[in-house]
Design a protein around this ligand. Sequence first.
Ligand SMILES: [Zn+2]
Length: 221
Amino acid sequence: MRALFVAPHPDDDVIGCGGSIIRHIRKGHTVTVVYMTSGEAGSLVHPKEELRLIREAEAREAASFMGFDDLIFLRNADGGLSADAENVTCLTRIIRAKRPEILYFPHTGEGCRDHRITHDICADAVKRARGPWFQECPGEPWSVGIVLCYEVWTPITEVSYTEDISDCIDLKLDALRRHRSQLTLVPYDEAVRGLNRYRGAMTGRGIYCECFQILTVEKIF
Ligand SMILES: [Zn+2]
């Protein structure tokens, strides 16, 4: 299976679905992560260009720790992401090139603007990629079979899919701790452990769980 994850900022992928990334890797699946921005606005100490390099290096280190290295940095302005035709075309191209069977991106109710815009870009690109149109996006049309939307810091109110990540919660948190520039500001690892434990307790599906909204399931029979 080929799995594609789209993150507004480096670390959102690990926060929202790091356990699922690790589970895909363990099953031998191909994993790619696309970062819409490099999170260069996430500090009052580092200049943006310096923080961009730091955060991309942290993302590479976290990915290497989880066991993959296929990362794409689109370097849109952090805090100024736009669901314009250029970004939708770019994502459509990536979907047709990578041909993922499963795609993850943030859910539509996220409080952070860049997260909601990422949702809109990806949802649009999924539709564009599947049909015989948009010749500026080379390759055959590709229909993503499963689309799951993940939660970062705004919990999903209507959960439609739960993944038990109890056997890899420690690895997930260790991967998140590679994003050192962010964890010096906020103890995100403690917050994620709390969220995933809450999800496990309330769904009864495991000790630690990641929750998603299903946007698309193409095939049942
Ligand atoms: Zn973010």
